[in-house]
Design a protein. Structure first.
Length: 488
């Protein structure tokens, strides 16, 4: 499909005025195309040759609409840091419409598009810094096999936007199967628009849970909640195994289909610190790395409360009780892959827990340690691993490796095959915050080559790419614990 053939539908906007407001974007006067995502072009069925089309600059800032587009600011609410906020919605983004390809609908969502009725005191803009962070984060998680929204293109400008300092405005077109959040259901429940809430449940099931369509209303709502509980548990397991901290897990940042959604002050672990806080506004550690699974369950409880208009309390509890076992099983499966264990034994969870405690005590670099472990073949001393832990912890490491060797001996696989499998589960290239800052600094100076390099590495993070070793290095001390805020 050529770019001028792209035609959007607007199924969500057609749901009615209860769901948001029709409004046009406020485009940049002088947009400049920074990047087009070839992988998302393919996802949407747009010809790869269209990546060089000059129309992207105008399409990506809203000055040239796609055919059929009917921009729509979605209304929702949500719990932010545990407190219900009724005044939320798309305050700087617009749902442009849905594009169908191979029987699947994809939302195109323009972020940074200007003021909407839900902007409150904001200017409706995004800045280059945060837009690059989101653009890269979607690719990073997708490359690791974790569900995430992605972006189609990134557009910059010379428009000044005031945050902690004056920055350059930017926009991106976010692509997702849906932009429906937990907060959409909360909004309709708390405002007692129960017919609209039923309509939203019907709409979501029709799109993602068609087998529930013929069920009575209460069973349909329950089926949707169970679906979201399981998807959310899978998502949290993926984050914890990958060492990803979202940073601001409010209910309005939780996708009903379990996508990683609304990238802000995120961070991947450098040193293994379970208490890692990536959002410098999170003064209590509510969204610390180790707290994420519990916060996801808290958010699911808030969603379940919104479903209480149709589902009995006991059934809601049954749904929520599925979260913990599903999370544990999904996390255990991911960690077995990281450890090269093709079979499952009763002691595997303790083996993993002992290793994580060792890494925490050592403050060892999480991705580098697991990548080195993927090359481990029983050597003594384990030189590559010893380099990653302090001398005081090397005896504890040797003891753990003895247990690990015994466990590997019971696997029906040779070391070469196991190492190859582990290299496909333990990335060499990770989206560390110091690398993102390196890209941002260059881009703010007009150099987009580092953005392109890191973008490509994140799409194939398990490959060696020997010409890019510096991008796989541990951060300097100054690159750890970089203060990342919600401002964008």
């Amino acid at each position: 499909m050529k770019l001028n053939e792209v035609t959007l539908s607007h199924h969500y906007a057609d749901l009615g005025d209860a769901f948001g407001t029709r409004i046009d974007p406020t485009p940049f006067e002088h947009p400049k195309l920074i990047h087009v995502n070839p992988a998302v072009l393919e996802l949407l069925g747009i010809d790869e040759s269209e990546a060089d089309n000059p129309d992207w600059a105008r399409l990506g800032c809203g000055s040239k609409p796609f055919k059929g587009s009917r921009p729509f600011a979605m209304k929702y609410t949500g719990h932010q840091f545990g407190v219900y906020n009724p005044d939320l919605g798309d305050g700087r983004a617009l749902l442009l419409g849905e594009l169908e390809h191979k029987g699947k609908l994809w939302d195109l969502h323009l972020k940074g598009a200007g003021k909407t009725p839900y902007s409150r005191f904001g200017d409706g803009r995004a800045v280059l810094r945060s837009t690059i962070r989101e653009y890269l984060a979607g690719e990073a998680l997708h490359g690791l096999g974790i569900r995430a929204t992605r972006a189609l293109c990134l557009v910059g400008s010379d428009e000044p936007v005031t945050r902690e300092r004056i920055e350059s405005g930017a926009m991106l077109i976010r692509v997702a199967e849906t932009h429906i959040r937990f907060g959409h259901f909360e909004y309709l429940f708390y405002t007692r628009q129960l017919e609209a809430l039923k309509q939203l449940i019907d709409f979501t099931c029709e799109r993602f849970l068609p087998e529930a369509q013929s069920l009575p209303d209460n069973e349909k709502a329950e089926a949707l909640l169970r679906f979201t509980v399981q998807r959310s548990a899978d998502l949290a397991a993926g984050w914890q195994a990958a060492g990803f901290a979202h940073g601001v897990l409010n209910t309005d940042n939780m996708s009903i289909i379990g996508d990683t959604f609304d990238f802000g002050p995120y961070g991947f672990l450098d040193d293994y610190e379970p208490e890692f806080i990536c959002n410098h506004s999170d003064h209590t550690g509510r969204y610390a790395f180790e707290q994420q699974p519990g916060v996801v369950l808290w958010n699911l409880n808030a969603l379940a409360h919104a479903f209480s208009a149709f589902v009995e309390t006991d059934s809601l509890k049954d749904c929520l009780e599925e979260f913990q076992p599903h999370l544990v099983d999904a996390y255990a499966a991911r960690m077995r892959s990281k450890l090269g264990l093709a079979t499952e034994e009763d002691g595997d969870r303790k083996l993993c827990a002992d290793l994580l405690q060792l890494l925490a005590d050592s403050r060892a670099d999480y991705p580098l340690f697991f990548r080195a472990l993927a090359h481990y073949r029983g050597e003594r001393p384990p030189a590559a691993l010893n380099e990653l832990v302090p001398a005081a912890q090397q005896e504890a490491l040797a003891q753990w490796l003895d247990h690990y060797d015994q466990r590997l001996a019971r696997e029906d696989s040779d070391s070469s095959a196991r190492n190859r499998a582990m290299l496909r589960s333990n990335p060499k290239f990770v989206l560390r915050n110091y690398l993102v800052q390196k890209v941002i600094d260059a881009a703010e100076g007009g150099d987009y080559r580092p953005l392109q390099t890191l973008f490509e590495l994140l799409q194939t993070p398990f490959d060696e790419h020997p010409e890019h070793e510096t991008w796989a290095a541990a951060p300097p001390e100054s690159g750890k614990h970089m203060p990342i805020s919600c401002s964008s």
